[in-house]
Design a protein around this ligand. Structure first.
Ligand code: WQD
Length: 344
């Protein structure tokens, strides 16, 4: 009997790639998604890749009764991976209450329902944003949590505390918090990938849209930082490698391998790349020249952050495998596919 995993936000960028890897590992998957930032076509894409159609419920995680019905309908949900959240840093500054309601209440609903249906554990989609600008790099899991730079980042910090306090209160569940760095790229089949609504906020989708001609030029937000080439440094992680980390985390929960009821892991490559280095790596790995200009800094950007992934490598038993060149090629192949399909 295949063990069933509930994936909230499972038609989103990281969620869809994780559903593929869960199915590849023999899990049964139920997706919940309100489609506010993704399309139900992604379910077809997942089926095309794996040959298995995941169950799909169009639902908002704010709908407690609706969630309760889904848990009752599927009966034996063993664990949850919770991706569903609003995630645009800039938008969170404009609409803080939307972010606090959406990102906090959806998690609270899930945590309340888990014991009622015997759900063993939750893998939570956290972010390196909780570290702010670390004092020491590469950053480890025990680095101090800084005052959040945005309501989005604050919701991630508060979510982690909600999970810890719930478990500390005696709730019979377990949790693994995965702090992602910068997820980029697309599935090698180019059947699923990143589909930002409107003008992309994140670097790679804007970069590939510039490369294919949708955007006239890429603006590099500042080259006057205290970094070797003056542009910001991030730890860019392949989305498929990131997806695989979730499967390892689910295995760890279901096979009772956790050392504590709540564990935290940095999911990064351990390598920092600047914006300019990434642009040059894209040009070299795809042969496509990029039109870009240096402009002023973007408010809220931190200067540099990259992971110390030792704990994930040695305790969780996961390591990023893809090269940045292959990852950038996968992003470019996805952008070209969107063009061929007349989507963008
Ligand atoms: C990366 C670098 C920009 C766009 C955010 C969230 C984080 C996670 C990933 C969800 C920065 C520069 C960008 C552009 C640029 N999201 N840039 N021109 O801000 O590191 O992280 O997305 O989990 O939580 O905070 O990602 O891709 O926006 O920016 O120069 O058009 O690229 O200044 O240095 P970020 P990003």
């Amino acid at each position: 009997m295949k063990e069933r995993i509930l994936v909230t936000g499972g038609t989103g960028f990281i969620g869809s790639h994780t559903v593929v890897e869960l199915q590849n590992s023999g899990y049964d998957v139920v997706i919940i998604d309100n489609l506010s930032n993704s399309s139900a076509d992604v379910v077809d894409g997942i089926e095309k890749i794996t040959g298995i159609r995941p169950d799909f419920e169009q639902l908002d995680c704010l709908d407690y009764e609706g969630l309760d019905k889904v848990f009752a309908k599927y009966g034996n949900i063993k664990s949850i991976i919770h991706f569903a959240a609003s995630k645009a840093v800039g938008e969170s500054v404009q609409k803080p209450l939307l972010y606090y309601r959406n990102n906090l209440v959806s998690l609270i609903n899930l945590l309340e329902l888990m014991p009622k249906y015997g759900v063993k554990g939750i893998v939570f989609s956290s972010s390196c944003t909780v570290y702010g600008q670390p004092d020491v790099l590469p950053v480890t899991e025990d680095a101090p949590i800084k005052v959040a730079e945005s309501p989005y980042g604050n919701t991630k910090q508060i979510n982690e505390e909600i999970i810890r306090d719930t478990i500390k209160s005696g709730s019979p569940i377990q949790a693994i918090l995965l702090r992602y760095f910068n997820p980029i790229g697309a599935h090698p089949t180019a059947i699923i990938g990143e589909m930002p609504n409107g003008v992309p906020q994140n670097l790679i989708p804007f970069l590939t849209q510039t490369a294919i001609g949708i955007r006239e030029k890429l603006s590099v937000f500042g080259d006057d930082y205290n970094t070797p080439d003056g542009s910001c440094i991030r730890d860019y992680i392949n989305v498929v490698d990131l997806a695989k980390a979730h499967v390892v985390a689910i295995d760890r929960i279901l096979q009772d391998k956790q050392d504590e009821q709540v564990e935290v892991f940095n999911i990064g490559t351990g390598r920092g790349l600047s914006v300019l280095e990434l642009i040059h790596a894209f040009e070299e790995s795809t042969g496509v020249k990029l039109n870009y200009q240096i402009v002023g800094r973007r408010a809220g950007d931190i200067e540099q952050v990259w992971a110390n992934p030792d704990k994930a490598n040695n305790v969780l038993g996961w390591k990023a495998e893809s090269t940045i060149e292959d990852t950038l090629r996968s992003a470019w192949k996805w952008q070209q596919k969107l063009r061929e399909d007349g989507v963008q």
